[in-house]
Design a protein. Structure first.
Length: 440
């Protein structure tokens, strides 16, 4: 029998753990799912839970909902961690669930951070979900479309949990101050707006909000039975916000999409904000610079050919000096791209040409524009009739360069934006000349 030592003390549980809701009425946020009459609430109250996945950012109640289901369901409930479990543990749990099924008992298996399981581990659940041995509830911060096997995902209902609103977090913090499980037994003195500041700092994360409140209270000034939290203490505890960001996760793509679309919408203020969000969260500046180089041709193109020069220069600057100094170069590029005239004609031209290229991969190159490095090729009429444009007065010829099946096909349609208007005029001149000299 294990004995406690003289020096051991029971470690108090964190405030967030002590205040974990046990019923839906105590749950804060996610009203689109658990307000009276909503689908998830009805499933839980009627004990009709089926396999599902809770997808949302940290601290929004995914695990809490699973524990509420455990408290209200008549099924056996198994809490399973994707971080510490492997195939062997999965098989053991599945065998237990199969035994329960034989005795007519349902088994709910809750898998926290299910996205951490590899394909083989996820596949181990599939046959048991299919035959009803288990009801699988997974929780993930990552987009299940990318991180959960398609076969398993198709058998689960996905519920999207949203970041908590500031007013939800303030409600949660107020409860923590009056609940005996929290600080209800103490006299906590705080200015009214401090809870709102903590809620804003937490960025939709209930766990972070409660942890921050616990930190400021524990670091408050003791005055008899009261604990006074000063603004200085609060500022010290929230001086640096941890930004929600995962370079390999969905938020990575959400933020680069926000930057790209802000520049496309000619909104330099939004573009600089999303740029700062990415850089301050630790994104590789070279990744951002590469995306800007792509944008320069995809969304600006020939309406302002200098956009490509500037973004390539920004990439080189990032490579030379790195962060944090290169932030100003990326800002210059982001603002320039935002204010530049927009044209996606180059992108559209390539995509249309690609469609034809993939559809007609075997189209022969016209003989007239084939190279003839050997006599045999010359004897086969490779290059016969080739016209060297530089030898003509207008630097133009009526030579056919497209395959016969694509003759007359047009891919590039310039806009009137910026300098591209000049290219449009030039293209119209070329087309008129070729039409006039057709057949000559």
């Amino acid at each position: 029998m294990e004995q406690n030592t003289f020096f051991e003390r029971e470690t108090p549980r964190p405030l967030a753990a002590r205040l974990r809701p046990e019923t839906l009425d105590d749950f804060v946020g996610q009203k689109h799912l658990i307000a009276p009459g909503k689908v998830l609430r009805r499933l839980i109250e009627n004990d009709q839970v089926s396999s599902m996945i809770f997808w949302g950012p940290p601290g929004v109640g995914k695990t809490t909902l699973a524990h509420i289901i455990a408290n209200q369901t008549k099924a056996s409930f198994i809490d399973f961690s994707a971080v510490t479990s492997g195939i062997k543990e999965i098989r053991g749990v599945m065998q237990q669930a199969e035994d329960n099924r034989r005795f007519g008992e349902k088994t709910i298996v809750f898998v926290d951070e299910i996205h951490r399981f590899n394909k083989a581990q996820q596949d181990a659940f599939l046959p048991f979900v299919e035959k009803g041995s288990i009801i699988l509830i997974g929780a993930t911060t990552e987009n299940p479309s990318f991180e959960v096997n398609g076969a398993l995902l198709s058998r689960c209902k996905v519920f999207v949990l949203q970041a908590l609103k500031p007013e939800d977090l303030v409600q949660l913090l107020e409860r923590a101050l009056r609940d005996p499980r929290g600080f209800g037994g103490q006299k906590i003195e705080m200015e009214e707006d401090m809870l709102a500041l903590i809620a804003n700092f937490a960025n939709g994360d209930a766990r972070m909000a409660l942890s921050t409140l616990e930190m400021v209270v524990l670091n408050g000034e003791t005055d008899g039975d009261a604990v006074r939290v000063t603004r200085e203490t609060l500022e010290q505890c929230i001086s640096k916000k941890s930004l929600l960001y995962d370079k390999k996760g969905e938020e990575h793509y959400n933020l680069i999409s926000a930057l790209h679309k802000s520049m496309r919408n000619s909104d330099p203020d939004a573009a600089v904000y999303w740029l700062a969000r990415m850089l301050e969260a630790g994104e590789d500046p070279l990744y951002i610079a590469r995306r800007m180089v792509r944008f320069a041709s995809e969304d600006v193109g020939l309406s302002d050919p200098r956009a490509l020069e500037i973004t390539v220069a920004a990439y080189q600057a990032c490579h030379f000096i790195g962060v944090p100094e290169c932030s100003v170069h990326l800002t210059q590029a982001a603002v320039y791209l935002s204010l530049a005239p927009k044209s996606n004609s180059l992108y559209v031209a390539y995509e249309n040409a690609k469609e034809d290229a993939l559809r007609m991969l075997a189209e022969p190159v016209p003989l007239v524009i084939r190279n003839a490095p050997t006599q045999l090729m010359a004897d086969l009429n490779y290059g016969k009739g080739y016209q060297y444009a530089h030898d003509t007065a207008d630097k133009l010829t009526n030579m056919q360069c497209l395959p016969d099946s694509l003759l007359g096909k047009e891919y590039y349609h310039p806009t009137d934006q910026g300098l591209e208007g000049r290219f449009k005029d030039r293209l119209e001149q070329i087309k008129a000349w070729k039409k006039e000299h057709a057949g000559k």
